[in-house]
Write a new protein. Sequence first.
Length: 252
Amino acid sequence: MTVIDTPIETTRGVRVRGLRRAFGGRVVLDDVDLDIAPGEFVALLGASGSGKSTLLRAVGRLDRQAEGDLRVPEQRAIVFQEHRLLPWSQVWRNITLGLTGPDLRGQALRALTEVGLAARADAWPTTLSGGESQRVALARALVRTPELLLLDEPFGALDALTRLKAQALVARLWSRHRPAVLLVTHDVEEALLLADRALLLAGGKIAQEIIVDIPRPRSLDHLRFASLRRRLLVGLGVDPDLSRAEQTQESP
Ligand SMILES: Nc1ncnc2c1ncn2[C@@H]1O[C@H](COP(=O)(O)OP(=O)(O)OP(=O)(O)O)[C@@H](O)[C@H]1O
């Protein structure tokens, strides 16, 4: 089987069946099934090298060698860990790159307003901080009004405080626009703050699914948080008590 390249039947959600990807005979994704309902926020976790980005790239149809039956919305946008802004284009032009139609600058300004950066529309990417660059990358995704938003460790390179702010921004943007989201992350707390469901990838398969039944807006203080965090860490093969002890030792 090969990836279906015809117009998509499932217009808004994701439906993947039997996804398989091997590199040089080494199978990384082995018969993966994945559903994301329209407007649902799904986090994907797993050990380094377990295939999370490979799965995201296949769902984003960036990997034509992935095999399987893969149905995804046509309107998709991806944000990577690196912002991938073109340094020789002003911020607003980066946002509308590849788009056609009237009032592109107006569209860019509206998206920048949503991420709190309208004042930087004419700036050059090299003058932005890491957090600002990621917000521009989010605006570039937003302007495409995606039905599916793919986030590959989008906050992985940010400091802890900027990361918390960026997570809160994504939570707000998601509740306002409600795209289906697939978020690849190493951060258990990020998954619990943002997602409806967390999936653990191991051995080339979705090995575990955890429903994040914490009401929104979410707080790390919620009673359910600790038990869900423990389940996720155990699923990832991390000792939850050791992880907490390490965090305590690291605090100033
Ligand atoms: N283009 C490629 N050619 C060869 N091997 C690849 C390629 N892309 C990914 N791999 C391999 O596939 C495996 C899964 O990679 P992937 O980047 O999907 O993992 P990941 O779970 O996202 O890892 P990390 O959390 O470290 O980013 C790795 O062993 C990687 O080396």
